[in-house]
Design a protein around this ligand. Structure first.
Ligand SMILES: Cc1cc2nc3c(=O)[nH]c(=O)nc-3n(C[C@H](O)[C@H](O)[C@H](O)COP(=O)(O)OP(=O)(O)OC[C@H]3O[C@@H](n4cnc5c(N)ncnc54)[C@H](O)[C@@H]3O)c2cc1C
Length: 286
């Protein structure tokens, strides 16, 4: 049976990032690593977007940076700037290509489809495969995003819309998210936080069509790419649109640090004091 010093289960974002860090820090010179990944081929399947709160090795995979964004609730819009921590989008296809090209050069790294035939007894194992807990009390975050191309210039590519809550909520939490990559190209996502096994929000195509054609008033466009996502949330947030809108009344720099887990205690407090208190006090007792 084959043996390896390290085994990474799942060659997605987390697994490949770990392998890449080991590789570029010369940790695999005298060690063997097996990456267990069942997919047949890597292609763009996600667009990862985040605030650049720290340095990273993937500037060459960034397809767009923004220094301004907006948050909408019915009849109100908050315009914010994020010059210090620009928001960035990474094309997962470029990320996979960069990492795999680098890892393939190392003869100590092996790419396998499954764990069988490996003796794992003496290996350090990192399992990155997400586990889904089927607890019906949990909320689910699910979204569908489409990339569209318009015939004419339409988008302001300098500002993205983080959350537009001015849409059908259907007893759940629903918002649209728009990333304009150019004047003629944008990713538009319909995002839900809802109870598990509730299929009533899954008519994504229709929601997105209505948003594009009625809200954005766009007629001449074509869909060039589509992505779908589902994940369970451990908490039970309510009144999310109000919470998010209030949150974005703090300084953008503080909120970005807060959302990226980089804030200090005082910054956390500034944001918490802006929130509807009763929800958080009640949460202490659940
Ligand atoms: C469309 C989309 C957009 C997203 N956008 C963002 C974003 O903008 N920002 C953000 O922070 N997050 C985003 N996410 C969340 C995203 O899931 C994470 O950012 C990231 O991909 C998680 O990395 P991961 O390695 O945990 O999971 P993945 O990248 O999904 O990797 C898991 C890997 O495990 C493999 N695998 C599955 N089963 C097995 C098995 N039994 N054995 C071995 N391997 C297995 C899978 O094939 C996959 O390659 C997005 C997700 C999706 C789907």
């Amino acid at each position: 049976m084959k043996e390896f010093d390290y085994i990474i289960i799942g060659g997605g974002c987390a697994g490949l990032s770990l392998a890449y860090e080991l590789e570029i820090h010369n940790k695999l010179e005298n060690k063997t690593l097996a990456i267990i990944e069942p997919r047949d081929e890597y292609k763009r399947d996600k667009t990862w977007s985040f605030w650049r709160v720290s340095e990273h090795n993937f500037d060459d995979c960034v397809i767009k940076n923004w220094k301004n964004f907006s948050v909408n609730a019915p009849n109100k819009t908050n315009f914010l700037e994020c010059e210090n921590y620009p928001y960035q989008s990474i094309d997962s296809g470029l990320f996979y290509e960069k990492i795999n090209n680098s890892l393939k050069k190392n003869k100590n790294i092996f790419f396998l489809k499954e764990l069988k035939d490996i003796n794992t007894k003496n290996s350090f194992i990192f399992n990155s495969v997400p586990s889904i807990k089927k607890d019906f009390r949990n909320l689910w975050q699910h979204f569908c995003g489409v990339e569209i191309e318009t015939e004419n210039n339409y988008f302001d590519e300098n500002i993205f819309n983080l959350m537009d809550f001015d849409c059908d909520q259907r007893e759940s939490v629903h918002f649209f998210y728009t990333l304009p990559f150019s004047k003629k190209k944008a990713l538009i996502e319909s995002t839900w936080l809802s109870k598990m096994n509730d299929d009533s929000q899954k008519d994504y195509d229709q929601q997105i069509k209505e948003y594009i054609e009625k809200k954005l008033n766009l007629k001449n466009y074509k869909i060039t790419y589509k992505e779908i996502f589902l994940r369970v949330l451990e908490k039970h947030p309510k009144r999310m649109s109000e919470i998010f809108f209030k949150m974005f009344q703090s300084s953008p720099k503080t909120i970005i640090k807060f959302l990226s887990n980089k804030s200090n205690f005082l910054e956390d407090l500034t944001i918490i004091l802006k929130m509807p208190k009763w929800i958080f006090i009640k949460a202490l007792f659940y």
